[in-house]
Write a protein that binds this ligand. Structure first.
Ligand code: DGY
Length: 320
């Protein structure tokens, strides 16, 4: 059986596939393989392991209906038309759980970096602008005892809450479709409406999936309800915020700062105004990028391939 991998993955995953006797090929160019070319190549393969932002839409799936599995090396699956996959009988796997801690670390880092203008200060030193110790300049915000508002309190949001409560004794409020009893018990988290969350939070951290309901959720209207001293953090998907509205909210002082690990589009252009705002910290979608986490993700994605090809239930299934 043959497996195609859309971007190189850690050796731990490759080894599992090789040990299972699978014939593997990996796209190693430093650009994304054009979709039509990928579809053509996949005609020769039984499974695809998707690492990277490949658009697995209806056209892709209908053109590759022979595939046994689309195994994602990601927890997010907004790039996949799951309805089409289900209708065509193509399994879809993902890698939840193992990246929650690392992604929450990135959210926590961005919160701190934005609150203390850390990335900007670093650039100022490089520019030769560290001249003297100024008691009135470079002032940031403190986080102790402030309110953290989590939009989409699942596994990653839980880890973010754990860090914020542990480090800063922050009060946790959240907006979810359902109750998160574990977080309510562990942190005294309180479920509130979206508007209440915007109005009460000092830090708003987004951990929701990108869906038709959450696309552009953070727009001019949402930012206008946030505190002028608040910080917006997004480590989920760039599509959840409207970038032009975020820039306007920061420029006008509607909100105080932002930390982004995800942007729309990705990659972000080097001349994006957000990169020159002192109270903004941006990372290039590296939430899960630690050695341990990427190894664990590669292992699950590889196992899902092996299980699907062996006609067995996936370890983590989006569509089975
Ligand atoms: C995920 O796992 O969804 C990460 O954001 C990588 O896409």
């Amino acid at each position: 059986m043959k497996v195609y991998i859309t971007r190189n993955i850690p050796e731990a995953g490759l080894k599992l596939l090789k040990d299972a006797g699978l014939d593997i090929a990996v796209w190693t160019e430093n650009y994304h393989q054009p979709e039509e070319e990928l579809i053509k190549v996949l005609q020769q393969y039984d499974a695809v392991l998707v690492s990277g932002p490949v658009k697995v839409d209806r056209h892709f799936l209908e053109s590759c209906r022979h595939l046994k599995i689309v195994s994602l090396m990601s927890v997010g699956y907004d790039n996949v038309d799951t309805e089409a996959a289900r209708a065509l009988g193509i399994a879809v796997g993902n890698t939840p759980g193992v990246l929650s801690g690392a992604t929450a670390d990135a959210a926590f880092l961005l919160m701190l970096a934005a609150s203390r203008k850390a990335f900007h200060m670093h650039k100022e030193i490089i520019r030769g602008n560290w001249n003297f110790w100024d008691p009135t300049a470079n002032l940031g915000l403190e986080l102790g005892g402030r309110t953290l508002g989590i939009v989409g309190l699942g596994k990653i949001g839980f880890e973010m809450a754990k860090r914020c409560v542990g480090a800063y004794d922050m009060k946790v409020i959240y907006h979810n479709r359902g109750k998160n009893e574990e977080a309510e018990k562990a942190f005294g988290a309180v479920r509130v409406s979206f508007d209440e969350l915007l109005e009460q939070s000092d830090v708003v951290s987004v951990h929701t999936a990108l869906t038709p309901e959450t696309k552009g959720l953070f727009n001019k209207n949402a930012f206008s309800k946030m505190k002028p001293s608040s910080i917006f953090i997004n480590t989920a998907r760039g599509g959840v915020h409207n970038e032009a509205d975020l820039i306007a909210a920061l420029e006008s002082g509607t909100i105080w700062g932002a930390g982004l690990d995800v942007t729309n589009p990705e990659p972000m252009a080097a001349d994006n105004p957000l990169l020159n705002m002192p109270n903004v910290a941006v990372l290039p979608h590296i939430g899960s990028a630690t050695v341990d986490t990427r190894n664990a993700m590669a292992v699950i994605a590889a196992k899902n391939v092996i299980l699907a090809l062996g006609k067995r239930p996936l370890e983590h299934a989006v569509v089975e």
